[in-house]
Design a protein around this ligand. Structure first.
Ligand SMILES: [Zn+2]
Length: 115
């Protein structure tokens, strides 16, 4: 599977069409940076030194399109935490994350244990 930043952006835009993302007022995709990760990291959300929100995914650890969609969805939950100034530096997978993640998984049919 040929993963590119543009395809990650397309997945982000796709997910924004579906609940619950369509109600979250996440930024337009043009305001988000999409990058490819190398090495051992699977996927991550970060803010770069120019204050741009960034979703990065490792193409080598994603075999299927489903995995890719789930990873972008996961990082979009972190993006929401960040937008609301509620992204904890130490433990980002807190109770609030898990509540929002569960809403995503229920709505979109993802496995909440894996998510
Ligand atoms: Zn996470």
């Amino acid at each position: 599977m040929n993963v590119t930043p543009g395809r990650l952006r397309a997945i982000y835009e796709l997910l924004q069409e579906f609940a619950p993302f369509d109600k979250w007022n996440l930024p337009e995709s043009s305001l988000v940076t999409f990058e490819l990760l190398a090495g051992k990291d699977h996927a991550e959300y970060s803010v770069d030194d120019r204050d741009r929100m960034c979703i990065a995914v490792n193409p080598d650890t994603h075999i299927t399109l489903s995995q890719l969609v789930e990873s972008v969805a996961h990082e979009m939950v972190h993006l929401r935490q960040d937008m609301l100034d509620r992204l904890p530096a130490k433990e980002p997978h807190n109770a609030e994350f898990r509540r929002w993640a569960k809403a995503v998984c229920v709505a979109l049919g993802f496995d909440v244990q894996r998510f």
